[in-house]
Design a binder for this molecule. Structure first.
Ligand SMILES: Nc1ncnc2c1ncn2[C@@H]1O[C@H](COP(=O)(O)OP(=O)(O)OP(=O)(O)O)[C@@H](O)[C@H]1O
Length: 711
């Protein structure tokens, strides 16, 4: 899913959230309370059902009363509560939450066709020795990188690239594409007869979509270059001081790794960047880089390189290279070899399938177990928290990445979980913590963080054996974070390609991993949409996730007089889920600032929800969101008034009747704006936005100078 980082302006949309003209604030409050039930209830078609195994009928007499019913709040007896530092213990009254388990839409049965997934063989039997590489390069691969056999994609790509051909390389996530291009680049540059001088400037240009990926690729290149000290690698990425980068460029960088935005900044403002010696242009995650948001930058880069460069090899790589990428392939590749590692059975086109299905089917690592859970909006937050507890608190050595659709969502959930779930910082005390439990360590990564912090989080999570990284799609592409065991998609991705890349952060290079996609009941159809791209997910029941709360007496319900509840089975789970929700709501309502933060996060969620592409709108449409229920998943006791979703809804409704092209353009504009903040170079003032450039759309690349020796 796309990312969104800025809040919406304050204008009310839903009438029952706003105050009718002439009504005082007090009157409005009273009216709202009176109509509380109706505002909290879902549309008729989704009303009156309960999640089946946690039946309301059996337990309705014990149901926690709703908040704000009548004028006085009903209070639990004061309970023990730690402040946000985990030190000072306060006695805090606790407002009863409204029911999590009433008025939820029915969870539909998932009838998904089991599809045969495309598969790839990760490793080839061949060793690196069998390639005609410099012996020092082979020994570096063996001793520094500690690798002996080639992966399939390396086996297919390295010889082709060493022959001097352009290539389009597609192989599954975590299959070793980085070395598939780095090894030929290093091999060819060290072999140049006129020895490379640092001051010569770039011989190879490697473009990657994010700063963390730039650092990671730089690290790999640096290792391979150990025996070839005269070749200098360097990285340019947003967020660093431009001045120090300029100084490094002046001294000379021979293998230049950069994000597109930052490179454009330097092309426009630095006199010391020349491309006359470029022999390699590598575009990693090519489908992303050639996608929305980057096309202007790519145009500037290609024009700058083409203007100076006489002869070069071009390589485009991704796990999800599709037809669309050939748009750039057409203008930047010369007679390319198409490399795909799909198992032979998959290489044969299936005459029964149309060509677009075949092209849009991507291989997924065989050792990756994919799951989906359907969760009503009100229960999303507790379900996510329960899943984190289940995996990371009660199972050993688990490392998890949770994807959200916007920077605000990441920040909000990070702070919420840090202060409520993390043992170090203020979770309610438990008399009976199970002995087999581990502390929760939360980290977050998104495009609105300072670069220094981004880099330190990236390294900390890379090195750590456990932990939970909450992030946006900034971490979806290319990152090789070792030993990640679970990928959770709290916001569904906007395309099958993004789904593949997100889950591809686990089960790398033959390791085992799992993923969980959290969907609302109204979004269940998304499972079939994935199936149409040969993506198979198996269902986990929400109750099985919530059941973990029984392991932790933090969440045991206290009745009046501080007596513990003796409920068992489904009722116990419901009670504990409600206690957990109450902990979240108490935290969110602990100050006005927190409430407003939660509202902003909610707005951001809705805004991002509106950016799903046209083809997914029937599944993810803002109109199908029940704001009262969604608000609960932000710890808000009530759907906020003055929540402005008007712009979003207007945009959404504007798009529908539009002809395809117009609608796509609109979507692209929204997305491009949104994506820009995520992947921005951090130097917007440098002029990659707006102005004449801003008006240019599509690739308008000057033709390459025909070079000597070019066919
Ligand atoms: N021949 C090899 N033997 C063992 N490990 C390897 C080999 N080649 C690469 N690896 C390791 O495999 C992991 C994944 O490699 P890499 O990041 O290049 O995958 P990728 O195909 O680029 O993935 P993505 O599509 O997610 O970007 C890395 O940790 C890398 O060090």
């Amino acid at each position: 899913m796309a990312t969104a980082c800025s809040p919406l302006p304050d204008r009310p949309l839903r009438t029952y959230f706003g105050r009718p003209p002439g009504q005082t604030r007090r009157q409005a409050e009273a009216t709202k309370r009176k109509h509380q039930v109706s505002s909290d209830a879902p549309p008729t078609k989704r009303r009156n059902e309960e999640i089946s195994s946690l039946s309301a009928k059996k337990t309705s007499d014990k149901e926690t009363p709703r908040t704000f019913k009548g004028s006085a709040h009903k209070l639990f007896p004061p309970k023990k509560y730690l402040d946000s530092t985990g030190n000072g213990r306060q006695e805090k009254p606790c407002i009863k939450t409204s029911s999590l388990f009433k008025n939820n839409p029915e969870i539909p049965e998932l009838h998904r066709a089991v599809v045969k997934q495309a598969r790839e063989q990760v490793f080839s039997p061949e060793a690196f020795q069998e390639l005609n590489l410099h012996p020092h390069l082979i020994s570096t691969i063996n001793t520094v990188l500690k690798m002996s056999s080639m992966t399939s994609v390396q086996k297919q790509s390295i010889p082709v690239l060493l022959e001097g051909r352009d290539a389009l390389v597609r192989s599954q996530t975590g299959s070793g594409k980085t070395l598939a291009y780095c090894i030929p680049v290093v091999q060819s540059l060290q072999a140049l007869t006129s020895k490379i001088q640092r001051s010569d400037g770039p011989y190879a240009l490697i473009l990657v979509p994010t700063r963390e990926l730039a650092l990671q690729s730089f690290d790999t290149v640096q290792k391979l270059l150990r025996p070839f000290t005269w070749i200098v690698p360097g990285v340019l990425m947003g967020g660093e001081k431009r001045k120090s980068e300029k100084a490094r460029l002046r001294k000379g960088i021979n293998i230049l790794i950069s994000t597109p935005g930052r490179l454009v900044d330097h092309i426009k403002s630095t006199k010391n960047i020349h491309f006359s010696r470029i022999r390699w242009l590598v575009v990693d995650e090519a489908d992303r880089i050639l996608d929305l948001g980057f096309e202007k930058d790519i145009t500037v880069i290609l024009n700058a390189v083409n203007a100076e460069c006489q002869k070069r090899q071009n390589v485009l790589l991704s796990a999800t290279l599709t037809e669309g990428v050939t748009r750039l392939a057409d203008i930047s590749l010369h007679n390319p070899v198409s490399i795909s590692v799909l198992d032979k059975i998959w290489d044969q086109p299936n005459p029964k399938e149309d060509i677009s299905t075949q092209l849009d089917s991507f291989a997924i690592p065989e050792s990756l177990d994919q799951h989906v859970v359907l969760v009503p909006s009100k229960l999303r937050l507790v379900c996510l928290a329960a899943f984190i507890l289940q995996k990371c608190k009660f199972e050993k050595d688990q490392k998890m990445i949770v994807f959200f659709s916007s920077c605000e969502l990441v920040e909000f959930h990070y702070n919420l979980f840090l202060h409520t779930l993390s043992c170090r910082s203020g979770a309610p005390t438990s008399e009976q913590l199970p002995s087999a439990s581990w502390p929760l360590k939360f980290l977050r990564l998104h495009g609105n963080m300072e670069q220094e912090e981004r880099t330190s989080v990236f390294h900390e999570f890379s090195r750590s054996r456990t932990g939970i990284l909450l992030c946006t799609d900034v971490a979806a592409r290319g990152l090789d974070l070792p030993q990640v065991t679970w990928i959770v998609q709290y916001s569904a991705p906007s395309s099958p390609a993004e789904y593949i890349h997100r889950i591809g952060r686990t089960a790398r290079i033959g390791c085992h991993g799992s993923s969980l996609l959290i969907l609302a009941p109204s979004e269940a159809e998304y499972v079939n949409s994935l199936a149409s791209h040969k993506i198979n997910v198996s269902e986990i029941k929400m109750e099985d996730i919530l059941a973990v709360l029984r392991k932790d007496d933090c969440f045991k319900r206290r009745q009046r007089g501080a007596q513990k509840s003796h409920a068992s089975g489904p009722q116990e789970i419901r009670e504990r889920a409600t206690v957990l929700q109450t902990i979240f709501e108490d935290f969110v309502h602990s100050s006005e600032g927190m409430v407003s933060w939660a509202k902003k996060a909610l707005q951001s969620f809705i805004r991002a929800y509106a950016t799903y592409p046209r083809e997914l709108k029937p599944i993810f449409h803002v109109r199908s969101l029940h704001l009262g229920h969604v608000a609960k998943s932000f710890g808000l006791r009530d759907a906020p008034r003055n929540l402005n979703v008007s712009i979003v809804k207007k945009k959404a409704s504007l798009k529908r009747p539009d002809p395809r092209r117009k609608s796509q353009k609109k979507h692209r504009l929204v997305l491009a704006e949104v994506l820009h903040s995520e992947y921005s170079s951090g130097l917007e003032a440098g002029g990659t936005k707006g102005g004449k450039q801003g008006k240019q759309r599509g690739f308008q690349v000057a033709p390459r100078k025909p070079g000597p020796g070019r066919e």
